[in-house]
Design a protein around this ligand. Structure first.
Ligand code: NAD
Length: 697
């Protein structure tokens, strides 16, 4: 579109103008056409007021589209070399490749509320289209390094005194950019290019780079991206721009070819995909929720109340006894008082939040809520009773949610007259900290209730994953198998601290035994009793039960798999536990063998993979990437490995199946468990990944 000699080229690829192959091609064609048109004197690149561009299209990363000509660096080169000046009009969001494109323009007009960022390191990459070379030339080396290494967004206005920002537009961005372009005149040629700006590197900059390099080298679990990004920025200070760009390209290619960036990009896309449920879309009606009830003010109920308050909801907390109610309300109040003391809230905010909290012993207090979550004792009859009372008290159309971890949601729903309004909202402990929310769909749960619950999850800033009904849903059902295999490793010859260390070194946030000590070993004890009753053929190590019989419930009793001493963080290995395991092996006639860390990891992680595949087969999980999201967001699985299912694909499903079969065949092994899930076998036979399971006949 031409405005008085200024051609406005619009990026128009909703929602965030990702720089796909198609968009790059159209932009380059439009740029060439504008340069060829004698009526055009200047060019403005514009998205819309909200978004300039969110950057590269991550969906292209697995294919050759990401690099197909015109690649992003080629497009940026063309912009830099444009004979006519190019002004970028930068709306609120300008990230990654979008910012790099802007850095290639001759001038930049930002909206006053614009935010910039280079999030590539969070995807295991570095800005590979000139960002590491041009941003330091615009804002200085240390500021650029901080932005690139943190991956965080920052207000463009913070850089108003640098070469990054030519103008901040307070009103109509596009009009301001066109006006800016109109003021340019031929006697200003050559048009300024950031690549031509000298980058002065002071001694302090060099010291800073040394300091950050040392710090990064000492950090574990980061993957190679931050250090590579640092080296690219350091190259900007050392090399002429073209050589620096070459170095950036070389470092980018190394990261792009590595497993960590594949895992991080997978995790990113998996989280986005998790919100989607077949048959439910933006046109599915949802139920407006502003006021909620929480029944049961124990560990989970108080955490859930905090989560809802934080997201701006009014919360009515309901208990069965005065004391429990007062205790619960005090927990919530103390939580916010703690934030006030740490200055993370001010008094007015704290008052406003607590003003939305009320407590009651009477279901009548829930007469005007649109949703109630019960978090009472994990007992079928208690919960059915509570749901019946909620059914009577809540208005028509309101949602009845249960936070049950193990009970059959369908049986709970049947206790009410509105099973279509019953859904599981499985929060994790502590609810105000853990990101994961399993949204459990019962047999009769309505689409609108699922849609509302998933949307609610977003508003609560949770990562929501839909799960069908089964014992443990997605996460805990897999966890049970993982813990079962960890227990059987004790029988075979390993010790708890060896197993924990092996898995923690591999990247798990916490090994299985330390995790059980934290959660309370009595919880697993109760689960095993129930599972054994339901399926007497299930093999468990007896060691965990023996531990519980001695009252070693974990951190809360000072002793569990480890010994906990006052004043010392974390547990220490306990010779008593070693003796308990030894004695048990002797009684049971088990001959301990030496087990390597690699085998420990294989068995524990493949246990997750096999159960994950079964969940997929049964339709409990909608997609393999949902299983990954559950493990990444809820169970401390290392993001650099992308989740158990992604990790299995990286190993090659045929290799995973072969290994499982070896475990299944060994003498005294658990052949039933290690028989690979049929889905895994068929995918491996057809050389397909989980994402292509639909192609199997
Ligand atoms: P909790 O024992 O700490 O709290 C339960 C609360 O419910 C108590 O305060 C009790 O007074 C109250 N209560 C019991 N019967 C009631 C009734 N009829 N009406 C009103 N209040 C009643 O238990 P918790 O750990 O908070 O667990 C609650 C639920 O959350 C369970 O279903 C559990 O499976 C689930 N859950 C727990 C965790 C966890 O790690 N603790 C994690 C996820 C889900």
């Amino acid at each position: 579109m031409l405005h008085d000699g200024v051609a406005v080229l619009s990026l128009d690829r909703p929602p965030i103008n990702n720089l796909s192959f198609e968009l790059r091609t159209h932009l380059l064609q439009a740029l060439d056409a504008a340069n060829a048109d004698p009526a055009v004197e200047a060019i403005v690149l514009h998205g819309n007021d909200k978004v300039f561009s969110g950057g590269a299209d991550i969906n292209e990363f697995g294919s050759d589209l990401a690099t197909r000509s015109p690649s992003l660096p080629e497009l940026i080169r063309a912009v830099e070399n444009s004979r006519k000046p190019v002004v970028a009009a930068l709306g609120d969001l300008c990230l990654g490749g979008g910012l790099e494109l802007a850095l290639g323009c001759h001038y930049r007009v930002f909206s006053a509320s614009a935010r910039i960022g280079l999030p590539e390191v969070t995807l295991g990459l570095l800005p590979g289209a000139g960002g590491t070379q041009l941003l330091p030339r615009a804002i200085g080396l240390d500021a650029a390094l901080n932005l690139i290494l943190s991956g965080r967004q920052q207000a463009a206005a913070d850089f108003r005194d640098t070469a990054l920002v030519d103008e901040l537009a307070t009103e109509d961005l596009r009009a301001a950019a066109v006006d800016f372009a109109r003021r340019l005149s031929a006697d200003m040629v050559p048009w300024p290019r950031l690549r031509d700006r000298p980058l002065r590197v002071e001694v302090e900059d060099e010291l800073y780079i040394h300091f950050v390099r040392d710090r990064l080298k000492g950090q574990k679990g980061q993957g190679p991206a931050p250090l590579a990004a640092l080296e690219a920025v350091a190259a900007a200070g050392r090399l002429p721009v073209d050589e620096g760009l070459e170095e950036e390209g070389r470092l980018f290619a190394g990261l792009h070819a590595g497993p960590q960036s594949r895992a991080l990009c997978h995790a990113f896309l998996a989280e986005r995909a998790a919100g989607k449920i077949p048959g439910i879309d933006d046109s599915t009606p949802t139920i407006p929720v502003e006021r909620v009830g929480v029944v049961g003010a124990g560990t989970m109920g108080t955490g859930i109340a905090i989560v809802f308050l934080n997201a701006g909801f009014e919360v009515a907390l309901l208990e069965s006894g005065e004391q429990a109610l007062e205790r619960g309300l005090a927990v919530v109040r103390e939580h916010f008082a703690g934030l006030l003391a740490k200055k993370r809230l001010d008094q007015a905010q704290c008052d406003a939040l607590l003003g939305k909290l009320s407590g009651s012993l009477d279901y009548a207090a829930l007469g005007d809520v649109q949703l109630a979550v019960e978090a009472v004792f994990e007992d079928l009859e208690v919960k059915r009773q509570v749901l019946r009372r909620l059914d009577e008290a809540l208005p028509d159309g309101a949602i009845l949610a249960s936070n049950t971890s193990t009970l059959d949601l369908n049986l709970l729903a049947e206790a009410t007259s509105r099973p279509e309004s019953v859904v599981g909202l499985h929060f994790f402990s502590p609810a105000q900290v853990m990101r994961l929310l399993e949204v459990v769909r019962g047999r009769r749960t309505a689409d609108s209730v699922m849609a509302t619950a998933m949307r609610l999850g977003k508003r609560l800033q949770k990562v929501s994953v839909a799960s069908g009904v089964c014992d443990g849903f997605i996460g805990n059902r897999m966890l049970n198998e993982y813990l079962r295999v960890a227990g059987l490793l004790l029988d075979a010859g390993a010790l708890p601290w060896q197993i924990d260390r092996a898995l923690e070194t591999w990247g798990m946030a916490m090994g299985p035994f330390r995790m059980c000590d934290m959660a309370g070993n009595d919880i697993g004890w109760a689960i095993r009793k129930r599972q054994r009753a339901a399926d007497p053929g299930l093999r468990f190590s007896a060691t965990a039960d023996l531990l519980c019989e001695q009252g070693r419930f974990g951190q809360k009793t000072g002793k569990g798999w480890y010994r906990y001493e006052a004043g010392r963080r974390g547990g220490t290995p306990d010779p008593e536990v070693e003796r308990l395991i030894d004695a048990y092996r002797t009684r049971a006639g088990l001959l301990p063998r030496t087990i390597g860390d690699r085998e420990i990891v294989e068995r524990c992680i493949y246990a997750l993979v096999n159960e994950g595949a079964r969940l997929l087969e049964e339709g409990i999980a909608l997609r393999a990437s949902d299983v990954d999201v559950v493990y990444l967001a809820g169970y401390g699985f290392p993001r650099l490995r992308g989740g158990p299912m992604h990790y299995a694909e990286e190993q090659g499903l045929a290799n995973v199946v072969r290994r499982m079969r070896e475990f299944a065949c060994e003498e005294g092994g658990d052949a039933r468990f290690w028989t690979p899930a049929p889905l895994l076998v068929r995918l491996a036979e057809h050389d397909l990944g989980f994402g292509r399971a639909g192609e199997l006949q």
